[in-house]
Design a protein around this ligand. Structure first.
Ligand code: ZN
Ligand code: ZN
Length: 358
């Protein structure tokens, strides 16, 4: 049986075709996608019809043997330069490098190793487009990450009471996810009480929770390298009429966007429909409708005005997260992680979306 990593490398080779003789992959998230290696120092040399070579240093050799058994392993500290050297010995003349991932300093090192024999060819992203469509193992990891996220929310929302701080709740969410098997949080949880909920990406502070506060929680679990992303907004005690109205409006935009999402849907168009609804109701638009999610918390495709004209296809994971923010009063965002199917979407984060009065 072909490993998922072998299959991914074959697709990569097909993607760069004859443009270069080989590709040097230095973006760690792409190294992981193509080999399984999760260490913090590594690079991968992908040569058509030959075994790929993973370079890493002594700290990670044992781990690399376990995680990436189907590539050749090469010990080096300066992993990129070592692989350029290896490519040179292998007769590579044109070596592609990930232009968006290489710093000026690293490029100097790579050039030093390349000398006059190897031409370094800056390549536009090749691995990122492959990562857009998830395979079954990736979907399983995303489902597990989202299930942990749902369970953590259920636990923490039950413990909310007046006097806790935003920082407390953010930390409790992290702990609840880790207790359930997450390797960490997808990102530092956003927990915002009262007027702070009007700041889309508020940083948890020492503000204490008081009756009548909106409570916006945007967080997710990291599981097997895959990121969940969910936002719910609840209220402590009885909701005021303006809070209930705002929440039901955002919930309707979110539900409409989820219903409208599916194969063939153009992300920019889905984004526009949601923004038209928000602006049509007299509110301001502060951010895009959503983003791809996978080995990175924000990845292609982005559900924004500037995204390309291509339609979504099956097994693409995205978030759908409209929000409306009333400065100095409060804001509501509702976000789910979904996967495009043959006929619509599968919603992976299943926490109820109606306004909870806790
Ligand atoms: Zn989020
Ligand atoms: Zn998000």
């Amino acid at each position: 049986m072909t490993s998922p990593h072998t299959a991914r490398r074959s697709r990569l080779v097909a993607a760069f075709g004859q443009t270069v003789d080989a590709l040097l992959v230095t973006r760690l998230v792409n190294v992981r996608y193509l080999s399984g290696f999760t260490g913090s120092n590594g690079a991968l040399l992908v040569i058509p019809d030959e075994e790929a070579v993973l370079a890493t240093d002594g700290r990670y050799l044992t781990q690399a043997a376990v995680e990436a058994p189907d590539v050749r392993r090469h010990e080096a500290r300066a992993v990129g330069a070592a692989l350029v050297d290896l490519a040179k010995q292998n007769g590579t003349r044109r070596l592609g490098v990930e232009a968006a991932a290489v710093t000026v300093a690293e490029l100097d090192r790579l050039r030093g190793a390349a000398g006059d024999e190897v031409e370094l060819v800056p390549m536009s992203p090749l691995v990122e487009p492959l990562r857009v469509v998830k395979d079954s193992g990736e979907l399983a990891a995303l489902r597990a990450a989202c299930a942990i996220t749902d369970a953590a929310f259920e636990e923490i929302v039950a413990s909310l009471r007046a006097g806790v701080t935003e920082r407390d709740v953010a930390w409790d969410l992290q702990a609840a996810m880790r207790r359930r098997g997450a390797s960490g949080a997808s990102f530092d949880p956003i927990v915002a009480f009262g007027p702070n909920s009007a700041v889309p990406h508020h940083q948890p502070s020492d503000r204490t929770l008081a009756a009548g506060d909106l409570i916006k929680m945007d967080f997710g679990a990291l599981y097997d390298g895959y990121h969940a992303d969910m936002t719910r907004t609840v209220v402590l005690g009885r909701a005021a009429a303006w809070q209930a109205d705002l929440h039901s409006f955002v919930a309707r935009v979110q539900a409409d966007s989820v219903s409208a999402c599916g194969p063939g849907v153009v992300p920019a168009e889905l984004n526009r429909q949601a923004h038209d609804a928000i602006e049509g109701a007299g509110y301001r638009v502060d951010h895009g409708l959503g983003h791809g999610v996978g080995l990175e918390i924000h990845e292609d495709p982005f559900l924004t005005a500037g995204s390309g004209a291509g339609g979504l296809v099956s097994d693409v994971a995205v978030t759908i997260e409209p929000g409306v923010y009333l400065p100095d009063r409060g804001g509501v965002r509702i976000e789910d992680t979904v996967v495009v199917t043959d006929s619509g979407v599968e919603v992976l984060t299943m926490t109820p979306r109606e306004l909870l009065e806790v």
